[in-house]
Write a protein that binds this ligand. Structure first.
Ligand code: FAD
Ligand code: PHB
Length: 402
């Protein structure tokens, strides 16, 4: 068995794990990243696209903001299309100058991977059977297999950045965590294509046939979604069927501009939320999707992963720079406060923008639920105060300091 030593063992080389590793490295805090897949596989997952300013600042602090600053698109706002009318949520005006940046998760991961390699930081891709041990002690370990060899890392802390299906959360005894789950009976069918996007900024569409979102990755690459029942399978959706459905749900002037083409990627993401409490167990921390999932409507999944990273980075920097170990248990409390806000906001927007055939709350049948949601949306869009409530949360609530 090969023995390794580090300060922080990071499980997972998604955006959470790589960003944490990079930030720690800026303060000289040694870390090792363990990823079960290949780098190419990680880069093949097409996911988020909208970044809050807090995330953008964090990427810059990690020394990974150059390409983002050059190629990321600043979006001043977005459209909500409902009842045949388009309402512009002017983020910049409504929030006193804050905007979001459109830059794909794949590009972020790419930049972080390149930075990690350039800095000579240690990563093991295709690391199998990763398992944390003794995380309640001051001497946690992480074992894994790599290219047929057994390894063990001795460390101070373990960061579980390994997504919803990862090993970190599962290694916390069930009696020590509570999981809150909610699921919708629908998902988003997403299509990526090398076609000029239909709009310079995003259009969230509420249509009687269901929700649709026109997003983008660049001037030449479009990312579009339609709400579909969870019973649908991606194989049953031809590109033509997608384009027809998407066009129907768009505002007519956008539908006229729509340029279609072959899909590069097509997948269905279920809409659900999940929170694990607490987000730590001794010296093991859950970060990003390992600890929580949100429905994609508010573009919050990746952004909440980033605020977890910011919270954990502050804690670990204080441990190593000020010798203060008392702040360690505060990670979960700080991260969770923002997570609950993000989950609530995502659920709220999802409720107002989607078609509901079966959703009920308490004594409300789905017909009444849908009508209440429609009237809530109309109410919020009609007033500047209402639009500001949407805008403030969309650009991201402030990060908490330790
Ligand atoms: P992940 O990106 O999941 O990374 C976890 C990493 O850990 C993976 O590379 C995985 O291979 C690795 N891993 C897992 N298990 C192990 C193990 N046992 N050992 C070692 N490594 C392991 N968010 C948005 O804001 N907008 C969107 O449009 C959007 N679309 C999405 C679509 C889909 C299909 C999914 C699944 C998510 C989407 N999200 C979206 C959410 C967003 O992509 C996530 O919040 C984000 O990826 C979280 O980053 P992460 O690093 O925490 O987790
Ligand atoms: C995306 O571009 O993939 C995207 C943008 C905004 C969302 C969800 C997904 O709310």
């Amino acid at each position: 068995m090969k023995s390794l030593n580090t300060r922080v063992a990071i499980i997972g080389a998604g955006p959470s794990g790589l960003l944490l590793g990079q930030l720690l490295a800026t303060r000289g805090i040694d870390n090792i990243v363990l990823e079960k897949e290949t780098g190419d596989y990680v880069l093949g997952r097409i996911r988020a696209g909208i970044l809050e300013h807090g995330f953008v600042d964090l990427l810059r602090e990690a020394g990974c903001g150059h390409r983002l600053d050059a190629e990321g698109e600043i979006h001043d706002g977005f459209d909500i299309y409902v009842n045949g009318e388009t309402h512009y949520i002017h983020l910049r005006e409504l929030t006193g100058g804050t905007t979001v940046v459109c830059y794909g998760q794949v590009e972020i991961t790419h930049d972080l991977m390149d930075a990690r390699e350039a800095a000579g930081l240690v990563s093991y891709y295709e690391a199998l059977d990763v398992q944390p041990h003794d995380v309640l002690s001051d001497h946690p370990r992480v074992s894994f297999r790599h290219q047929g060899e057994e390894y063990e890392i001795a460390c101070d802390f373990v960061a579980g950045c390994d997504g919803y299906h990862g090993v970190a959360r599962q290694s916390i005894p069930e009696s020590e965590r509570t999981e809150h789950h909610t699921a919708y009976p629908f998902g988003w069918l997403g299509l990526l294509s090398d076609t000029p996007p239909v709009s310079k900024e995003l259009i969230y569409c509420k249509h009687e046939r269901g929700f649709a979102l026109a997003s983008r990755r660049s001037a030449e690459r479009s990312r579009y979604y339609v709400q579909v029942p969870l019973t649908d399978r991606v194989e049953d959706w031809s590109d033509e069927a997608f384009w027809d459905e998407f066009r129907t749900r768009l505002p007519p002037e956008a539908a006229e501009r729509l340029i279609t083409g072959p899909s590069i990627e097509k997948s269905i993401a279920p809409m659900r939320s999940f929170i694990c409490e607490p987000l730590q167990y001794g010296n093991l921390f859950l970060v990003g999707d390992a600890g929580h999932i949100v429905p994609a409507t508010g573009a919050k999944g990746l952004n909440l992963a980033a605020s977890d990273v910011a919270a954990l980075f502050q804690v670990l920097a204080r441990v190593y720079e000020a010798g203060d170990r008392y702040c360690v248990p505060r990670y979960s409390e700080i991260a969770l406060r923002r997570v609950w806000h993000g989950v609530r906001f995502s659920r709220w927007l999802t409720g107002m923008l989607h078609r509901f055939d079966t959703e009920t709350t308490g004594d409300l049948p789905s017909e009444i639920y849908s009508r209440f949601k429609q009237s809530e949306l109309e109410y919020f869009l009609a007033s500047e105060a209402g639009r500001r409530v949407i805008a403030e949360q969309y650009v991201g609530l402030p990060y908490e300091t330790l």
